[in-house]
Design a protein around this ligand. Structure first.
Ligand SMILES: [Zn+2]
Ligand SMILES: [Zn+2]
Length: 345
């Protein structure tokens, strides 16, 4: 098939994205060609562009859902045109021991799809090629847009799983961006006691209350979120999840944490940051960093969405077409009331 499509490509570091024409890619062995139906803009996409981590000409977009239009060699038994699909955004070899075991994160040839590799162009486009072995069929009860929210929700699920929340434990989530909201949702799902979210934006605070938080702490006016947590609940957070990724916040979490507390960092701060290890040591704190998720987390998040037990679509605040993507992307550099911006190619 030699057809053209609309896509949005990255230029130099910090430059605006541009709408361009490209070739509709052909699915290779073990791959699927999707007509993209929805794709979320992720904070890490902004990092990639701002820091110039990918080469000019890259198509970003790793939070997608789409309809199968062509099935590559070997996939005919499991897939057909018209299937509704979302998936783990990675191109793997599909043949190594890690791939065979479903541990796609460990495939030595794994390339993040829409994460900066021009060999695995992303879904800021009308069409995208994905790996069949990490694709998942979308239940009828889940919309295209909700399916495109499964990716960030899997990040939140993995974080909460790694934190090992036990029923009744109290959780403070710092930041109500998509990952913070996902972490609050999964904390509630996992039987946490009190779940509080600290956040500056009034709009995001409202979303936090809709997505599992018992109360919100206004980070713009509240000097000490730990004190506010105590005022609200009469206790201290057993677990603090840092989901912002700005300098100073890990130290802030160390200051707020009670003796023996745990801090889990999922917000990716791309600058140097300073902490006071002595304070963390004197409190006997556990500090842990997490990234990504496993394929089974992705499948579980989709299944729970299908059963209506979590509602990832609630975090969508804005929708744009591909033509409006460059402007929406620029606007996110100084975020106002956006949370998840969904592209409808
Ligand atoms: Zn993402
Ligand atoms: Zn492999």
């Amino acid at each position: 098939m030699s057809k053209t499509m609309k896509q949005v490509i990255m230029q130099g570091p910090g430059e605006a994205l541009v709408v361009a024409e490209g070739q509709v890619p052909a699915p290779g062995k073990g791959q699927l060609l999707l007509r993209v139906r929805a794709c979320g803009i992720c904070g890490s996409d902004l990092h990639w562009v701002q820091l110039g981590l990918a080469r000019p000409g890259t198509v970003l977009g790793h939070e997608f859902s789409g309809e199968v239009v062509e099935v590559g060699e070997g996939g005919e038994a499991d897939w057909k045109p018209g299937d509704r699909v979302t998936g783990y955004p990675v191109m793997t070899c599909g043949e190594c021991p890690a791939c065979m075991a479903g541990d796609v994160k460990a495939c030595p040839k794994a390339k993040g799809l829409g994460l900066g590799s021009r060999k695995a162009q992303g879904a800021y486009a009308e069409y995208v090629v994905v790996n069949a072995n990490v694709s998942v069929k979308i239940p009828d009860t889940v919309s295209w847009e909700e399916a495109a929210c499964i990716e960030p929700f899997s990040v939140g699920l993995y974080a909460v799983k790694q934190a090992g929340i036990r029923p009744g434990q109290n959780v403070l989530v710092v930041g109500a961006g998509p990952i913070g909201l996902a972490a609050a949702s999964w904390s509630r799902f996992s039987g946490a006691g009190s779940v509080l979210v600290s956040e500056r934006s009034a709009h995001r605070m409202k979303l936090a209350l809709q997505m599992g938080a018992d109360a919100v702490i206004d980070a713009a006016t509240e000097q000490d979120a730990g004190e506010a947590f105590f005022r609200e609940t009469g206790t201290r957070p057993d677990l603090i999840i840092e989901a912002v990724g700005a300098p100073g916040l890990i130290q802030h979490c160390i200051e707020m944490a009670p003796k023996g507390g745990r801090i889990l960092v999922v917000g990716a701060c791309m600058e140097k940051d300073v902490i006071l290890p002595g304070m963390a040591i004197s409190k006997d704190l556990e500090l842990r960093f997490v990234v990504g998720y496993e394929l089974r987390d992705f499948k579980f998040a989709l299944e729970m969405t299908g059963q209506g037990r979590i509602k990832p679509g609630t975090m969508i605040t804005h929708r744009v077409f591909l033509d409006g993507l460059p402007a929406a992307f620029e606007a996110l550099k100084t975020p106002a009331d956006q949370c998840k911006v969904m592209i409808l190619p």
